[in-house]
Design a protein around this ligand. Sequence first.
Ligand code: HEC
Length: 318
Amino acid sequence: MRPTAAQRRTVRLAAACALAAGLAACAADHEDARAVATKGDPARGEVVFALAGGCGCHTPEKGPTGAGGVAIETPFGTFYSTNITPDEETGIGAWSDLEIARAIRAGVLRGGSIEAPVMPYPAYAGMADDDLRDLIAYLRSLPPVRRENRPHEVKLPFPRLAFRAWRLLFAGDVSAPETAPAEGIARGRYLTDHVAICGDCHTPRDAFGAPKEDMYLAGTREGPNGELVPNITSDRETGIGTWDVDDLVSLLQMGMKPDFDNVQGSMAEVVDGIAGAPALGKAPERDLRAIAEYIKTVPAIHHDLRDEEAKEGQEEET
Ligand code: HEC
């Protein structure tokens, strides 16, 4: 019996995928195609963008939104965020929706090379199809900005190969749902892990730059650009175990801690947005509440990040 045209197409696609990067990539490709099969809604996409902390790495301090070129220091070199505005030549204006989807969720760039894992695609891999397509529609609605991407200054031999190997070893095989969970702890977990990606900063990394799963949200002294990122598990002594859900919502909404101090650094950017771009502070309160409720369910980890001097000081005081 002769195979039908559709069967032949499927076999060809399967063979091509298997050659390219194995079965996991194939499944991801199928999901990305599914996500962009319908057009997104830019107004809803703006909310996703806000929940993603305004994709802040891509916006320079004084704007414009998404223009890229921001330096991100890591132990593996200095990376420059890319232009994600719809400029045809220097941004993503000429990319198809599928190409943008693959760049966000699969770490695959136009042309097939693999992104540096500084772009948190392993976390976005779990972003739901509806959120992804709306986010893409919103990115396409930004004013285009002409700004050439700047090459990364990578301290690794054969960086492109290294990124490919890293992806194979560490990127995991998260699969994306068609629609985002609508409410409750499930929504909070989804937003925390796959949209707001709190762990991208709050979970410490191993020597390969992969998040240490057993230290989920327990903070690090070596955060992005060398920042100290606090422990946000419910440990009462070293985390935020004494905060209630409302405290956490106020922090995500206004950047204010229960002691009336304001958050600084990259957390302030995640909350306030950069140069007027929407970020957590402009996201719907019920979504921030879902995040806060979920964070309260995360197992407490005792992880003291204060430096030795501060600890000694405290001991003397008591
Ligand atoms: C871009 C990196 C980054 C992301 C993403 C991020 N944070 Fe933070 N966060 C920080 C940094 C840095 C600080 C410390 C700010 C300071 O010292 O004032 C912080 C502080 C905090 C604090 C205050 C803790 C304390 O003890 O003072 C909370 C709570 C918090 N973040 C929760 C979250 C949640 C929830 C998310 C996801 C919705 C999130 N953060 C996403 C970098 C980040």
